[in-house]
Design a protein around this ligand. Structure first.
Ligand SMILES: O=C(O)CCC(=O)C(=O)O
Ligand SMILES: [Fe+2]
Length: 278
């Protein structure tokens, strides 16, 4: 795997990917990791991913997603040779054995969003000047096979651009709870089948849900990484300075402080103990 990630090292987002991401709010990249890479990452997750990013950190700026995150989150002049133009918010891993149920989640599997896209705010999906800004953006690494309808994350495609609320009593609620249309919205949701080593990218403005894992053949084993604009933060960082400090410098820049002006002529490019997101 590539640890340097110079500015030329990534794979650009294609026009086709841009079209479908904008249309649906999510994108599947099948079979990104090879068998050996899958084994290494899976072993890390199954052994508890104790220092989460330590063994999984090469996924954070994997060349297959950097070009896409540049399109989705970066204003071009802010992508530099020595630092990324987007930031990482945090990460979690999941192992869901056959029979795993959404009751184990605090949201109980309720379809939800970061913030409803009907109001303007710093997390919302927008397009201007032929440029996407995807707001809070999730990258899911599926390390085991996923079969459609058997427990992958599901999406209400297009809902990241919905102009009308979900029908529930509170238009600010970040989920579809209490909506008289809950069943028809759930019925309209779609998901994906993919081999192990695939990536799913979605805007958190899209209505999405966790689902019961009913696939009897293998568990779900996935890494969920979250990204944002270098000027916006949603999650509190769940990663120690020691782990970030040990990363290569460009990868470290994913965790630099969330600000733009006031730090000298070069602006905000380098991660340090004094310049980190908290
Ligand atoms: O667990 C899942 O499938 C959904 C996770 C989720 O809601 C998210 O990544 O924002
Ligand atoms: Fe979510």
């Amino acid at each position: 795997m590539n640890d340097k990630n110079s500015i030329q090292d990534f794979i650009p987002m294609t026009d086709e990917q841009k079209f479908f991401f904008d249309l649906r709010g999510w994108l599947l990249l099948p079979s990104v990791l090879n068998a050996e890479e899958i084994d290494v990452m899976k072993a890390e997750v199954y052994s508890g991913a104790k220092n989460s990013y330590e063994g999984l950190q090469s996924l954070l700026d994997h060349p297959s997603i950097v070009g896409i995150l540049n399109e989705l989150l970066t204003e071009q002049p802010f992508a530099k040779e020595e630092c990324y133009g987007f930031r990482c918010e945090g990460s979690f891993t999941t192992i869901r054995k056959p029979g795993w149920n959404t009751k184990d989640r605090s949201d109980g599997g309720m379809p939800h969003v970061v913030r409803p896209p009907q109001q303007a705010n710093a997390m919302r999906y927008q397009v201007a000047g032929k440029k996407i800004f995807s707001g809070l953006t999730r990258v899911v690494w599926e390390l085991e096979e996923v079969k459609a309808g058997q427990g992958g994350t599901s999406f209400l495609s297009g809902s990241h651009k919905a102009h009308f609320n979900y029908g529930g009593p509170n238009p600010y609620a970040p989920n579809i709870g209490g909506s008289p249309w809950e069943e028809s919205m759930r019925a309209a949701m779609e998901d994906y089948s993919c081999p192990a080593g695939s990536v799913v990218i979605f805007t958190e403005s899209l209505v999405h849900a966790a689902n019961d894992w009913t696939n009897p053949d293998n568990p779900r084993c996935a890494v969920f990484n979250c990204y944002n604009s270098i000027w916006a933060q949603w999650h509190k960082l769940n990663l120690s300075h020691e782990i970030i400090e040990a990363m290569p410098p460009k990868r470290r820049s994913l965790f630099r402080g969330t600000w733009a002006i006031g730090g000298g002529p070069n602006g905000n490019r380098e991660y340090s103990l004094e310049n980190r997101s908290l």
